[in-house]
Design a binder for this molecule. Structure first.
Ligand code: 9WN
Length: 565
């Protein structure tokens, strides 16, 4: 793995006074009253909202320059080698009209990247540099000013090509937020007064626990991508560096996996349950919204009846950078706030939460990511020389078997924890078992064929909701857009099933959709390739850097729309 710490444009960790060998810096306070983002006048001043909790500050965040014009191309499909006969893989979007630039040596010093891709990579590096807050990277400069769990993992996977020590620091910094019971929270709040719509005052976790680093956090978790990221970062290190890094990470990481099973799989089903759609990372995916809508606050329903969505839209503050129609609906957002309030009242304790109205879902994507993470955890613990408790190994084995219970009609689905009913919403999550590596051989062909069908793989990539689904909206968050992290995970799984050509076609398509938009958007329309959501988004940047470094041939071929994968 080529590592470039010497020429890294990211400030080396040592220059910031931190290295993976040094303890992560402590934040001086964990008390709400002392925290700059809590209770202060200014952008985070809490106001009432219809969900009855949290802040509605009065500061506008300017929307950055809009997306580039969608590239106007005719749909093309090419035969998918390695996929069942008759399956087609949509070609990568064709290159912009400008003639191809001469190749320049790739920063990895291997296959030279065409000049336009080298420039795109520089843009991606620039985004990571601008979002670098020291030992953490914010997902985007305006909409997401704190540290998110799975974002930091995808970010570390890209950062390892620039500065492995900094990538390791990104992962180790997640342990600062670890709760005494082992949970690693989905957001660790940075010391910033920048506004975030679900900031510390909505969670009040300081009343429940003090985190290891004395930092403020949310009271829920997010997909456990840490082990995957750690193994990738470890690959970019010398053996000694890696062992040192794993020794520092492994105890906290094992405690996190223990917490997931102990707290969220109390019945030993093998599948952990989530208590909020934010834990899934796919906030408004139809599966979760089906479970969420019925618990909308009465005030929200009433306001909506009287004034339609406009009144609610006026109350939300997360849509100043991003138009409301690219995010979840206001009614759904205020319902998610209501669920947070109930979790807060339950002190984030699953045994209490179980007896409330809070929807509980055995999320298929989260569990798939956990299963793969378990494998990596074994590698990490082995190399660190730290044993994994026997009961945890048993739970890990149970998870692999339990995944089969989520299979129905050719796809995998999430399950309602309370009723045991499958939630039959086909979404991108249905394919994550490929990443987990748990799909039985006789089911792989069918699943891959469905993935590559135009319902899912539209002109500009894999839609997060099938394009013919009533819930499909091409530019709305997790209701249709292409997400770079989903592409990365699925391509990784396909590789391990020997479907390299389909995997590379996904990677080529990913590179091309980013190139065509010219910017690091949060997500992209699968129909016209236009960027949506937040811009200058970190994981899009990091995973682009990773794809170009690990699969440079993809960058070279991606402009050729007649290419046959
Ligand atoms: C809530 C940061 C996060 C991602 C999630 C994405 C979005 C947050 C929000 O942004 O969620 O966690 O405020 O919308 O859905 O996957 O981790 O990028």
């Amino acid at each position: 793995m080529p590592a470039q710490s010497s020429s890294s444009p990211i400030t080396p960790a040592s220059a910031r006074g931190a290295s993976p060998a040094a303890a992560p810096p402590e934040t001086p306070t964990g008390r709400a009253a002392d925290h700059p983002t809590v209770g202060a006048a200014g952008p985070n001043r809490p106001l009432a909202d219809p969900a009855g909790s949290g802040a509605v500050p009065a500061v506008d965040v300017p929307r950055p320059a809009g997306p580039a014009d969608p590239v106007d191309v005719m749909p093309t499909t090419v035969e998918a080698a390695g996929s069942p006969a008759g399956t087609t893989v949509p070609a990568a979007p064709s290159a912009p009209a400008t003639p191809p630039a001469p190749p320049v040596p790739s920063p990895a010093g291997e296959i030279p990247l065409p000049a336009d891709l080298a420039a795109l990579r520089e843009t991606a590096v620039g985004v990571l540099r601008a979002n670098d807050l020291g030992d953490i990277t914010r997902p985007s400069p305006t909409l997401y000013p704190h540290q998110w769990l799975w974002d930091s993992c995808f970010i570390a996977i890209g950062l390892r090509h620039l500065d492995p020590a900094r990538a390791a620091a990104e992962l180790l910094s997640l342990l600062r937020g670890q709760w005494p019971g082992g949970m690693i929270p989905h957001v660790i709040f940075a010391e910033t007064t920048d506004y975030y719509h679900a900031g510390p005052q909505r969670w009040r976790c300081d009343r429940v626990c003090t985190t290891a680093g004395g930092v403020q956090s949310t009271g829920v978790t997010q997909p456990p991508m840490i082990a995957e990221a750690a193994v990738r970062v470890g690959e970019a290190m010398t053996r000694n560096e890696r062992v040192d890094f794993y020794r520092r990470l492994a105890p906290g990481l094992i405690r996190f996996h223990e917490w997931l099973y102990r707290e969220r799989d109390p019945d030993d089903s093998g599948l952990v349950a989530l208590v909020h759609s934010w834990e899934s990372g796919m906030d408004n995916t139809p599966t979760w919204m089906e479970m969420t809508k019925p618990v909308a606050p009465r005030t929200v329903r009433a306001l909506r009846r009287i004034n339609g969505d406009d009144a609610l839209d006026a109350l939300r503050r997360d849509s100043k950078e991003v138009p409301p129609d690219e995010r979840l609906t206001s009614a759904d957002l205020f319902t998610l706030y209501r669920i947070v309030r109930e979790l807060r009242r339950s002190r984030y304790d699953f045994r209490t939460i179980r007896d409330t109205f809070v929807p509980l879902v055995q999320d298929v994507a989260f569990n798939a990511i956990l299963i793969r993470a378990n494998e990596h955890l074994v590698t990490i613990a082995d190399e660190a020389g730290i044993p994994i408790p026997r009961w945890l190994s048993r739970s890990m084995r149970r998870s692999r078997a339990a995944m089969n219970e989520l299979w129905s009609d050719g796809l995998y689905f999430s399950r309602d924890f309370r009723t045991g009913e499958l939630l039959h919403h086909p979404t991108i999550a249905s394919f994550l078992p490929l990443y987990a590596g748990v799909v039985p051989d006789d089911q792989v062909d069918g699943l891959v064929k469905t993935l590559l069908s135009p319902r899912y793989w539209a002109r500009y990539g894999i839609a997060s909701v099938p394009t013919d689904d009533p819930a499909f909206l091409p530019r709305c968050y997790w209701q249709g857009p292409v997400w770079v992290n989903m592409n990365w995970l699925i391509a990784d799984g396909l590789d391990r099933y020997g479907r390299r050509e389909a995997a590379d076609a996904i990677r080529a398509n990913t590179v091309e959709v980013i190139r065509a938009s010219g910017s690091m958007f949060e997500y992209y329309s699968p129909l016209d390739g236009s960027g949506a959501g937040s811009n200058r988004f970190s994981w899009t940047s990091a995973l682009l850097i990773d794809i170009l470094a690990t699969h440079p041939q993809v960058g070279l071929t991606s402009a050729d729309s007649t290419r046959n994968p």
